[in-house]
Design a protein around this ligand. Structure first.
Ligand code: DGT
Ligand code: CA
Ligand code: CA
Length: 572
């Protein structure tokens, strides 16, 4: 059974969680987490890369030992060290550490005191009032746990967009190779580039009588065939992911693509326009009486309804139809508009490459600048810099900028916002930087008021330019912390600060809806990848897609500007 990058990452993360619960070495724990992130960030499945002769031990943060573990996982589906650790620590505890406010120490304490090994047991104990009596917990913590559990299980499991890609793209290649297939495309939320994807909706046009369905259900990752018909089949892959495949006639391709791209909310409003004109719109076409008046292309369907083509990213019924009607659709920001990356790490903290290597990689991408933002001193496990270290890095960047041709490094830092709202570096050193990104990396459990105050107080510091990953969420892993982002956005606008759109596919923070709010209030958005390696720079495209979903145009995105203009815009 094929092992995908998401499986490998999950195994490493579980291992890291369990080792952490055991009180294992922090650096080792971090190494497994970093490896998980590295594997997730690979352009293709590791299995496929090995097949093609790649040496995984050359990847940043992997090395011989981890490369061996990845190979074992791919070959056997098992990770012996994980099984060994699971013999000592109940595996359910890993999940419990992800409930907001619990963490490894508390998970272990809950297990020791009450034998809690599962989320369900945790819920029962919290609701029965058994947790308040454990030393260091109390009634308030107990209530927080109940609230957190409410947010924790938001329904069925959806795949993050990047994990979905790793499954979808090889499958799409396979479908395209089937004899008789003319066009094949993935519609649904995948085409709308939503941050998570519930299932895949593949649309195909094919020659009559071809054996598309027979071949589709024989794809080697198919675990179960739910239904198989001439025009529609549904399968479940081994990963648990559902895939619908529909074969449509070419005359209907555009109408079907429109229909299955959705969203449902968007479809309903567009269909109403057809009904208002006395027509009928379905997946086969746009019909007047029984005559098809459009359907071959999506453009044609929109056009007949007096609308310009609406990009899939916008199809969420968030005002796009009114905007289209008034000729006011945004001209969405494209990857090509991005002139540089504002958030990345190097060997100076927990990144894998040197300043020069990162600079060269950014230059190869056609960037004009790269903002270097290594961690600050409180982030000891992430190799945070001391003030002296930062001063040295500043000197090295100045020297490098003398030498480098065609790319400029900007001097930045990702500075921790301490719980009291102070920044982790003195004003003296911050004043020497081009700009400062500020971030919350701990103390996630403060009340909404306190967390908001914490950030606002940090923003009072005139060196504060950008708030990184403003909600701290990790998609499918960690809920956002409580914070009043409406207020923070208003105050940021007042003070000339910005909220980052973190492009990492596990974060995408701020999200699309917040991007749209920022646009509406005239607050520009910087997009940063938070890259810890050269490969990490590639995730910019996820940030750009999310920005597009938030209606952002090039003019709304800070890092579409040349470095001098950018720094001027950031000046407070
Ligand atoms: P997902 O899979 O949960 O991430 O989200 P989608 O948007 O891919 O939704 P899915 O797979 O249930 O259906 C694909 C598209 O088919 C959906 O975006 C719109 C269309 N669709 C599905 N059900 C309905 C419906 O009842 N009415 C209309 N108008 N369209 C529908
Ligand atoms: Ca879908
Ligand atoms: Ca579907």
């Amino acid at each position: 059974m094929p092992v995908h990058n998401s499986d490998i990452a999950e195994a490493f993360r579980r291992l890291a969680d369990l080792l952490e619960i055991e009180g294992g070495n922090q650096y080792r724990v971090r190494a497994y987490r970093n490896a998980a992130a590295t594997v997730e960030g690979l352009p293709h499945d590791a299995a496929r890369m090995i097949e093609q002769g790649a040496d995984l031990s050359e990847l940043p943060g992997i090395g011989e030992d981890l490369a061996g573990k990845i190979e074992t996982l791919i070959e056997t589906g098992e990770l012996p060290l994980l099984e060994e650790v699971e013999g000592r620590v109940p595996e359910g505890l890993a999940e419990i550490t992800h409930v907001s406010g619990i963490g490894p120490k508390r998970a272990w304490k809950l297990y020791e005191e009450l034998g809690i090994e599962t989320i369900e047991a945790l819920r029962k104990a919290a609701e029965a009032g058994e947790i308040r009596d454990i030393e260091g917990f109390g009634e308030k913590t107990e209530q927080n746990i109940i609230d957190a559990l409410g947010r924790f299980e938001g329904g069925e499991k959806r795949l993050r967009l990047m994990d979905a890609e790793h499954i979808a793209e090889p499958l799409l290649d396979y479908v395209r190779e089937i004899d008789g297939v003319k066009q094949a495309i993935i519609a649904g939320s995948y085409r709308r580039q939503k941050e998570t994807v519930g299932d895949l909706d593949i649309l195909v046009t094919a020659k009559r009588g071809s054996d598309v369905m027979d071949r589709f259900v024989k794809y080697d990752e198919v675990d179960e065939v739910v239904s198989k018909g001439e025009t529609r089949s549904t399968v479940v892959l081994q990963s648990g992911f559902h895939v619908d495949l529909r074969v449509v006639a070419e005359v209907s391709y555009g109408a079907a693509l429109f229909y299955f791209t959705g969203s449902k909310a968007h479809n309903i409003v567009v269909r109403k326009r057809a009904i208002d004109r006395g027509w009928k719109l379905n997946e086969y076409g746009l019909f007047e009486d029984n005559e098809r008046i459009a359907g071959k292309t999506e453009e044609e369907v929109y056009e007949k309804l007096d609308l310009p083509f609406i990009p899939p990213l916008l199809r969420e019924n968030r005002g796009e139809i009114e905007a289209a009607e008034n000729g006011e659709l945004p001209d969405l920001v494209q990857l090509d508009d991005i002139r540089g990356d504002l958030h990345c790490h190097t060997k100076w903290s927990d990144g894998k490459f040197t300043l020069r290597e990162m600079a060269e990689a950014a230059k190869d991408k056609g960037y004009a600048f790269l903002g270097i933002t290594d961690h600050s001193k409180s982030q000891t496990v992430a190799g945070g810099l001391s003030e002296d270290g930062l001063a040295k890095q500043i000197d090295e960047i100045d020297e490098l900028n003398e030498e480098l041709d065609g790319i400029r490094l900007l001097k930045g830092s990702e500075v921790d916002i301490l719980e009291n709202g102070k920044l982790d570096f003195s004003d003296n050193i911050l004043a020497q930087l081009d700009y400062v990104i500020c971030a919350i990396h701990g103390g996630f459990n403060l009340s909404r008021e306190k967390q908001t105050e914490r950030v606002l107080r940090a923003m009072d510091n005139k060196h504060f330019n950008i708030l990184a990953h403003a909600t701290g969420r990790l998609i499918n892993e960690r809920a956002p912390y409580e914070i009043d982002l409406d207020r923070i956005m208003t105050e940021a606008e007042d003070r000339g600060c910005f909220l980052e759109l973190n492009a990492h596919p596990n974060r995408l923070d701020i999200d699309d809806a917040r991007c749209k709010m920022a646009r509406d209030m005239g607050l520009m958005v910087p997009i940063g990848t938070d890259a810890h390696s050269i490969n990490g720079l590639e995730t910019m495209r996820f940030g750009v897609a999310q920005a597009g979903r938030g209606w952002l145009e090039a003019k709304d995105v800070l890092n579409t500007r040349a470095p001098d203009e950018l720094l001027k815009l950031m000046r407070r």
